[in-house]
Write a protein that binds this ligand. Structure first.
Ligand code: ZN
Length: 102
């Protein structure tokens, strides 16, 4: 098991008070990798299981239907992505408003 360092912001935190682990969907590759943990005495960090601080755990939970690979860019550049979405939504809204005005 890795120490509790947030996957999104690399902040070290205490999991008894804030944040926690999120288990993501496993790709076939991850499932094969995780098989080794079924053997006794294997020490390491299973794939698809990541730590998140209290700021990022809600977002992480909302993405756990994805594999960690798919979720990673959203989790690491979360702000950028939501800004892009907000911009797109605004331009669509403007187009619709303009359409009805004409
Ligand atoms: Zn964080």
């Amino acid at each position: 098991m890795r120490p509790p360092i947030c996957y999104s912001c690399r902040k070290r935190f205490s999991p008894s008070k804030e944040g926690g682990k999120v288990r993501f969907k496993l790709s076939e590759e991850d499932k094969v990798y995780n098989k080794r943990f079924e053997k006794e005495g294997f020490v390491g960090h299973p794939k698809g299981l990541e730590w998140f601080c209290e700021k990022h755990i809600e977002k992480a939970k909302s993405l756990k239907h994805l594999t960690i690979k798919e979720a990673s860019s959203l989790l690491k550049n979360g702000q950028k992505v939501s800004e892009t979405i907000a911009k797109t939504e605004t331009s669509w809204w403007d187009k619709i408003r303009d359409f009805f005005r004409l």
